[in-house]
Design a protein around this ligand. Sequence first.
Ligand SMILES: C[S@@+](CC[C@H](N)C(=O)[O-])C[C@H]1O[C@@H](n2cnc3c(N)ncnc32)[C@H](O)[C@@H]1O
Length: 466
Amino acid sequence: MGEPIREIAGLTIQGMDLHGRGWAKYNNKTVLVETALPGEVVDVNVYRKAKGELLARPTAIHKFSPERVEPTCKHFGVCGGCKWQNVSYSSQLKFKTQFVEKAFKQLEHLGLPTFRSIVPSENLLHYRNKMDYGFTGRRWLTKEEMADGPVTEGLTGLGQHPSGAFDKILHLDECFLLEEPGNTLRLAVKQFADKQGISFYDQRNRTGYLRQLIIRNSSLGEWMIILMIGNADATDAKKVLDFIETTFPQVKSLFYVINDDLNDSIFGKELVHYKAQQYINERLGDVGFRVGPLSFFQTNHAQAIKLYDVAAELADLKPTDTVYDLYTGTGSIALYIASRVKHVTGIELIPEAIADAWDNARRNEITNVHFIAADMKDVIRKDYFKNMPKPDLLITDPPRAGMHPKVVDALLEAEIPRIVYVSCNPVTQATDLLGLSKKYRITAVQPVDMFPQTYHVENVVSLELI
Ligand SMILES: C[S@@+](CC[C@H](N)C(=O)[O-])C[C@H]1O[C@@H](n2cnc3c(N)ncnc32)[C@H](O)[C@@H]1O
């Protein structure tokens, strides 16, 4: 075993990998370089070896790509969010299209239609309606901060994971993902907690109190706060929430959640409604939604409407259609299209989201919908549709992992005439489409950009029974 490779000079970046990193070859190894763009010549520092690949960050750039732009945020390059802020938006769209093309290579033999050009995002910054920020008692320190010796003061932080370090938190002075007062609120909460001497969580030792600040908002200007704390004594959480309520009148819904587990998820934890509404109001087209703390809602509101319009267009909705909306979340797609079809059944794992979906249907006086809370693979089984009114159309929008193979098998058996597959991960979508290709032909492929400044891409595909 030789010395581990630490520095490599003069690497030429040859392309982008599926995680938005520039890749290059060195001694028959693939080097994945964060923030580096194709065509650039860089010196790098290798910080990890994973699955035979070298993960690296640039230390010097000798040749710059014309696609490179000045990032907006001062935390770019350290923060794990917004990894493409240094890429021009037109090039972001080009790379996202190439991702879909690359992921769909395995389907080429099926005779794919020409891909439609990607739908760009209306907003390039401040486009998210939900952010999870982590508290830390020992924030991530940059090289510049450590240059003058050990830092012993001002170690609390509230922010995001640094790139590639999920057990650490980088304090953010600014973040351009939520609209205002998102940034002001986050900074004010940290300042308040510091002044009050409330302890911040220590990820390594699992000690400390304030753990996460989850901020959600809606296009109607309503905000929700969910404060995650490390133990069951809510006295200090209430102080923080009272401060937020009195300082930010747009906050209409306040929760705290007690979590002394290893993971940061709010699911399966004790979630307490503290004050004001139990939800925030949102609107998509003509439909009003109540969004609760556990409900999934598309994070880029302006693009959600575009995404649903694309799905509806590719679905070729008819007033006689009996439709299934798999992975329905709060029933958003189902309710958005209900007025244009005969009936929609939405199915979703999270019972709270389904309760919201029913509530949303009632409040919008939409009566031609039905919602089921269950794991998809337990409902959509091989014989499920035999005892149901025959569906004309199925819309599916699974999480990143794609559909369970049993669900794909059940759909093949059901022989539904039209399927529209909405996905946030074209790689798993392509695998599912390969399974469905035994009986389906792909008729349209439409990428949509929901997440500017990141490598993520949404992709909508329509299928027709052969
Ligand atoms: C990408 S979201 C789509 C939500 C919805 N279609 C929308 O546009 O808002 C995926 C949804 O799948 C749900 N989900 C994840 N795993 C599931 C499973 N095994 N069975 C049913 N639903 C699941 C999640 O809770 C989430 O609401």
